[in-house]
Design a protein around this ligand. Structure first.
Ligand code: SAM
Length: 284
């Protein structure tokens, strides 16, 4: 299929390893009239490696809204444009949102050319639950705002995904350990697809130690993934084992009452769980 006219393509590019450029991305980049790039020098090098020569238009955080009319003019003239960022999927912690919204509102097609994304690459190897997750992006730079940002996510049950820069990684991990608890499981995915790719899973407290003690682990690009807040039911709650034992020996009501006394757990939670366990035990 050849490129249509007056279309904006959102093209993902590699996050390190150039082999990750897709065949479709290469074709689209070679067929469009203009490549809109976050950093024209950086993307110019990628195009050079791919053997593609195109007019480049810079679209970055500082000029994005000002560029919209130029992009709409080009599209109105029937030109096709590819939007790329420095790495990965544009708009994911990268410029492009305002352009995409304006182009859609103006009635032009916006077509995704999917490919690398650090958050998804990290999630795919982290070994943390993937059924549902939150991409939280970069935490704020200032310690106070960052503390509040993490606090807002303390009870979030879904896997949390953060981007982090090398000069804040230690501080951020320390703050995460304080706010989420040092024993919360987490994963650091560093320099994905590159020479020093490292994926390390441990508790937040252990990760703070591990990264602080090794300067090499503070270099490069990071995705930090944190296990979501686990409800007591999911963790095999603090009363689960007591309740299981007592249910084998006593009638349900007594087992519940004793479990509440022994563990201080909430009566309705224990009662609910006791009913579930009785059904399980009946089946055995
Ligand atoms: N749009 C990109 C994407 O799709 O992943 C993200 C751009 S954002 C400005 C850059 C951040 O993404 C880095 O600071 C780092 O947190 C993360 N990142 C990008 N490449 C990475 C890599 N190869 N390994 C680990 N993290 C990476």
């Amino acid at each position: 299929m050849s490129n249509q006219q007056g279309v904006l393509y959102i093209v993902a590019t590699p996050i390190g390893n150039l082999e990750d450029i897709t065949a479709r991305a290469t074709r689209v980049l070679s067929q469009v009239d203009v490549v809109a790039a976050e950093d024209t020098r950086h993307s110019g090098k990628l195009l050079q490696v791919l053997g593609i020569k195109k007019p480049l238009l810079s679209v970055h955080d500082q000029n994005e809204s000002a560029r919209i009319s130029r992009i709409l003019d080009e599209l109105s003239a029937g030109k096709s444009i590819a939007l790329v960022s420095d790495a990965g999927t544009p708009l994911v912690s990268d410029p492009g949102f305002q352009v995409v919204r304006a182009v859609r509102e103006a009635g032009f097609s916006v077509i995704p050319i999917p490919g690398p994304c650090a958050a998804i690459a990290a999630l795919s190897v982290a070994g943390l639950p993937t059924d549902s997750f939150i991409f939280a992006g970069f935490a704020p730079a200032k310690a106070g705002a960052r503390q509040q940002f993490f606090q807002g996510l303390v009870s979030e049950p879904r896997t949390l995904i953060f981007y982090e820069s090398p000069h804040r990684i230690v501080e951020s991990l320390q703050q995460m350990a304080t706010v989420f608890g040092g024993d919360r499981q987490a994963v650091i995915a560093r320099e994905l697809t590159k020479q020093f790719e490292t994926v390390h899973a441990a508790s937040l407290a252990e990760l703070v130690q591990w990264v602080s003690q090794d300067n090499n682990q503070q270099k490069g690009e990071f995705v930090v993934l944190v296990h979501g807040h686990a409800s007591e039911k999911q963790t095999g709650s603090k009363f689960e084992s007591a309740l299981r034992i007592l249910l084998q020996e006593l009638p349900l009501k007594q087992a519940v009452a004793l479990t509440v006394k022994l563990t201080g757990a909430k009566k309705n939670e224990v009662y609910e769980r006791a009913l579930e366990l009785e059904l399980e035990l009946d089946k055995d």
